[in-house]
Ligand binder design. Structure first.
Ligand SMILES: [Zn+2]
Length: 292
């Protein structure tokens, strides 16, 4: 079943809700990057955050980059999302030699570090938000980010459940935000519901739909679903784009590459697709630059 995001409000408009199932996205990322279990979980969680936060963007042409940098063995992760449900991402290190039998925690793989959020909203300078990692499990770190950088009380949940063979069994998450005028009884009611509710991936695995899970969570809070949109892992790389990148490295470097008389292989970070350029291809690019 394709992944999707639900947007809703609750508590008479005092609460904003974004919820997503992202199993296909997380599994696609695992296949493309051949990740070991802990990396599959970390990348799946951040991609889920990308799907959710992409759906929160106000402008059609907005782009967001979520970047985690840490001193653990995975070093970090990078995810980008647009406002149309397209997400892509990659880990800095794909395979940590961990296994389903000897699981590693995401926070161990990431270590101490920071979360950077870059929003390109079409202005000259992108908006940049920053916060230190407080747990390294990502959901808590985003919760902290929203409180610190954007001053919005937020509850974030991100989960990836794996099969015994390390493939993705379930993935999903939600972001719940309180508007400034949220009354105490609504906050209390929400907190109680969140404490009582098992993890989203567990509920999905029991066969509950995302709609049912969210409806149950907000059973006393008058949930109103406003939108449901699809989300997916897409990489928009192409030979043309890579050629542009080669043009931008400049004449000098191209001349050197051609003189080596060997094929150049360029990997797309996001999807691992390989692009091969022969010395003749490179010469053609050089000719194009020289012709202006
Ligand atoms: Zn690509």
């Amino acid at each position: 079943m394709p992944d999707y995001v639900i947007k809703a409000t609750a508590g008479n408009g005092q609460i904003r809700v974004f919820a997503a199932t992202t199993k296909e996205i997380a599994e696609t990322a695992r296949e493309l990057h051949q990740t070991s279990p802990v990396v599959t979980q970390a990348l799946g969680r951040l991609l889920t955050a990308g799907s959710l936060m992409g759906s929160m963007m106000k402008n059609d042409d907005e782009l967001m980059t979520l970047k985690i940098a840490g001193d653990g063995p995975m070093s970090g992760l990078l995810v980008t999302a647009d406002a149309h449900g397209n997400v892509k991402g990659y880990p800095y290190v794909s395979d940590l030699n961990d296994s389903m039998e000897a699981p590693m925690l995401v926070s161990e793989a990431i270590g101490e570090g920071s979360l950077n959020i870059l929003k390109d909203i079409g202005l000259k300078e992108p908006y940049v938000g920053y916060s230190p990692l407080i747990s390294g499990e990502l959901a808590e770190d985003l919760t902290y980010y929203f409180a610190q950088s954007e001053q919005i009380p937020t509850s974030v949940s991100l989960g990836v459940l794996l099969n015994d063979d390390g493939t993705v069994r379930q993935a999903g998450g939600f972001i719940i935000q309180l508007l400034p005028d949220t009354t105490d009884d609504v906050i209390d009611s929400l907190e109680e519901a969140l404490t009582k509710t098992p993890s989203l991936t567990k509920l999905l695995d029991q066969g509950n739909s995302l709609e049912t899970i969210i409806a149950n969570l907000f059973i006393d809070l008058n949930l109103k679903v406003s939108d449901q949109t699809s989300t997916r892992f897409v990489c928009d790389c192409s030979r043309q784009r890579i050629t542009k990148a080669l043009i931008s490295i400049g004449k000098q470097d191209l001349v050197e590459m051609i003189s080596d008389q060997e094929d150049i292989e360029i990997n797309c970070d996001f999807c691992n697709k390989k692009y091969l350029f022969s010395p003749a291809d490179l010469q053609a690019i050089l000719n194009r630059i020289e012709e202006g």
